[in-house]
Design a binder for this molecule. Structure first.
Ligand SMILES: CC(=O)N[C@H]1[C@@H](OP(=O)(O)OP(=O)(O)OC[C@H]2O[C@@H](n3ccc(=O)[nH]c3=O)[C@H](O)[C@@H]2O)O[C@H](CO)[C@@H](O)[C@@H]1O
Length: 358
């Protein structure tokens, strides 16, 4: 029996690829021992146990970015976290560590190397995060989502997508999907999502025009996130939900999506060939713009900045786009050509290779 330690989390963008890999391992080896390492604060604390996996948590340890008290304490805390993961690896007889970036992965990479266990890294974003950049220096088994991601020696595996997404037949479930959210099964449908945490600029920019969109004969499913600064417009035909546990159905329900460009969401949308408007979140290392770049240059999506989400833009671009099925079909085709659905199998292949070489 093989024991897998899967590390990562924070937002769903890091948890969902981890769950996708876990599902494929469980599917192939029902007796495999799968242990997930995360933090108590991340979305993994809910999503991992809900999907039936065992979660171990360590302290959330952001890399110090400026010299303060936390920076002074960091080395000791980090060593302590590495020590805890090394103990877990020995106790459970872990055969491979697979990390997805985020707080829990850095100590896991270090612990795996120290215990002589192969380490596999998956980088979600077109611009890699710090934990993965450092981790990638000590393992040859690195998979990236997008071609051109600057990690030397990395292989393009694509993004591991959960089976309910990778195996989704949007057309055949569209009607039921719309009914699931209480929508009209026959009306053109716009999905709006700000990623797993929600996006204030998108909530504001689109919901401000709720009345006009609905009057144009379009219904909206808006995945709002936990944000409260902007209020639900409460317009009939404009459905607001907080966190969506069935993104597969949300994707099946829509004709077009307005979305942040988190890497997992971009991969899901282009894998499924859904025409999109991407509104990149201008934070961190600016990775979201790059995540969307392939789909945008293929003509499967258009890129819009936060500040461009105005009433005028909705009127002159968004509503006409939804009223133009041939253009949407063309975008869908182009989006699909830029996307892929085999990321889970590709990453599992890399994991097998790492175990085989150990
Ligand atoms: C603010 C922030 O830190 N954003 C980062 C975060 O985004 P975030 O966590 O939003 O990640 P993504 O957009 O990549 O993925 C979100 C995932 O959650 C799912 N989902 C989303 C909303 C919902 O209600 N229900 C649901 O299931 C989506 O289908 C997708 O699988 O991680 C991404 C992947 O590293 C990065 O590219 C983003 O820059």
């Amino acid at each position: 029996m093989t024991t897998y330690l899967l590390a990562g989390g924070g937002t769903a963008g890091h948890v969902n690829p981890l769950l996708a890999l876990a599902d494929s391992i469980r599917d192939r080896e029902p007796n495999a021992d799968i242990v997930v390492l995360g933090t108590r604060e991340g979305l993994e604390a809910r999503l991992v146990p809900e999907r039936g996996y065992e979660l171990h948590t360590i302290e959330r340890l952001p890399f110090p970015r400026r010299p303060n008290l936390d920076a002074l304490r960091f080395p000791l805390r980090f060593r302590r976290a590495v020590g805890a993961v090394r103990a877990l690896i020995r106790e459970r007889g872990v055969d491979v560590v697979v990390g997805f970036g985020g707080y829990a992965s850095a100590p896991a990479y270090r612990a795996g190397s120290a215990e002589g266990v192969p380490v596999v890294i998956h980088e979600a974003n077109a611009r890699p995060g710090l934990a993965n950049k450092l981790g990638a220096r000590s393992t040859p088994y690195v998979g990236v989502t997008f071609a051109g991601t600057p990690i030397r020696g990395a292989r393009v595996t694509g993004m591991p997508l959960r089976p309910e997404i990778a195996q989704l037949d949007r057309e055949s479930v569209q009607r039921d999907a719309r009914l699931h959210f209480g929508l009209d099964p026959d009306r053109p449908t716009l999905l709006v999502t700000g990623g797993s945490l929600g996006a204030r600029a998108i909530n504001q920019g689109i919901s401000r025009s709720a009345g006009e969109i609905v009057e144009a004969g379009i219904q909206v499913l808006h995945v709002w996130g936990g944000l409260t600064e902007v209020e639900d417009p409460r317009v009939d035909g404009y459905t607001v939900i907080t966190y969506c546990d069935r993104m597969d159905l949300a994707f099946a329900a829509c004709d077009l999506v307005v979305s942040r460009a988190g890497s997992t969401t971009v991969s899901e949308i282009s894998g499924l060939g859904i025409p999109a408007v991407f509104v990149p979140y201008a934070v961190g290392n600016g990775e979201q713009r790059f995540n969307a770049a392939g789909t945008v240059s293929a003509g499967g999506a258009i890129l819009v900045e936060d500040g461009e989400l105005t009433d005028d833009w909705v009127r002159s671009t968004l509503i006409p786009l939804l009223a133009d099925p041939p253009r949407l079909a063309e975008m869908a085709e182009r989006s699909r050509s830029a996307g892929r659905l085999d990321g889970t199998a590709q990453l599992l292949h890399l994991v097998d290779e790492a175990i085989g070489a150990a």
